[in-house]
Ligand binder design. Sequence first.
Ligand SMILES: C[C@](O)(CO)[C@H](O)COP(=O)(O)OP(=O)(O)OC[C@H]1O[C@@H](n2ccc(N)nc2=O)[C@H](O)[C@@H]1O
Ligand SMILES: Nc1ncnc2c1ncn2[C@@H]1O[C@H](COP(=O)(O)OP(=O)(O)OP(=O)(O)O)[C@@H](O)[C@H]1O
Length: 297
Amino acid sequence: MPSLSFTVSALAKVNLYLGVYATKDERGYHRVDSIMAAVGLGDTVTIAPAKELSVTMDPAADFPMEQNSAWRAAVELGRVCGREPLFDIHIEKHIPIRAGLGGPSTDAAATLRGLCAAWDIDIHDERVAAVARGIGADVPFFLYESPAYLSGAGDVMEETFDALEGMSVALVRASSKGVTAQEAYRIFDANPQPVAPIEPMLEALRAGDEQGVVNALANNLAPAAMSIAPEIVDVLAWMREQPGVRVADVSGSGSCCFALCESKEAAQSLASAASSERGWWSCATQMEKSGSNLIDC
Ligand SMILES: C[C@](O)(CO)[C@H](O)COP(=O)(O)OP(=O)(O)OC[C@H]1O[C@@H](n2ccc(N)nc2=O)[C@H](O)[C@@H]1O
Ligand SMILES: Nc1ncnc2c1ncn2[C@@H]1O[C@H](COP(=O)(O)OP(=O)(O)OP(=O)(O)O)[C@@H](O)[C@H]1O
């Protein structure tokens, strides 16, 4: 039995740029260009040695543990590395689901990070990247620095940027059942949307130009998310009117929206007003340098 326990922070992401194309790969996944940034809202994943594998969540999951992204990541990494994943994995959930914030994906990436530490495997080993991609398109992002540009199905690392750390962000999600990525891509196929040019966002990130990032924010999956969860339209209109908001958009497939704010205070006031005036889930946070981090071992 391995001897060490690990605690890993599993942060959420927002998409600063999402360009979905109608073309698909052999799995039926759309070709996308995705630029994601980690934010300070996160789950906490604790991994402790045990006699057999188990995954628990707080609040408790309403689905079998074998379907948990963390379980799938542990089993698959064990298989490719010839190890038995004998761990209790416990996830303290804070990231809302069906929100486009990458919750299940970051939990899987945090599990991979913890198991790599336990088994002394380089997190950037090609086997780990392949396992990550097999669990979900967003998983590889959480193994690298943030922000990052990924191509392919949104799972092939192209470039990371030394930019935006600490930038204030507010997250708002109207209460509803949310949107799954699968549903959003299905609606996109029925009505494909044009892709915004990616170069202005890449140039802004390379230059560390915050205003350039604000100007280049784009997501052509947002109309699909809005048709599934029409309350997004109301949330975004409201956010864009709030003081200190530089820009606001849908994160990935939604239904969570995010605003890049002028200050920490602006993000905090927006989040409190969203909850107190509108009854929406909200969070004031900031951009972080990496989507998953070992915080204790
Ligand atoms: C919307 C985004 O979150 C933007 O970052 C991602 O593209 C989705 O990433 P994800 O939730 O990790 O996606 P997965 O769990 O791998 O896939 C869920 C479903 O989304 C669709 N999917 C996902 C990614 C992609 N490039 N094309 C797709 O068509 C597929 O129907 C897939 O069955
Ligand atoms: N660790 C996990 N945390 C939460 N949900 C999980 C986890 N593992 C598997 N799931 C399943 O994933 C479903 C949510 O998937 P979905 O792709 O809609 O997530 P999301 O939060 O929108 O993330 P993304 O931004 O990556 O699309 C849950 O209803 C649950 O059945």
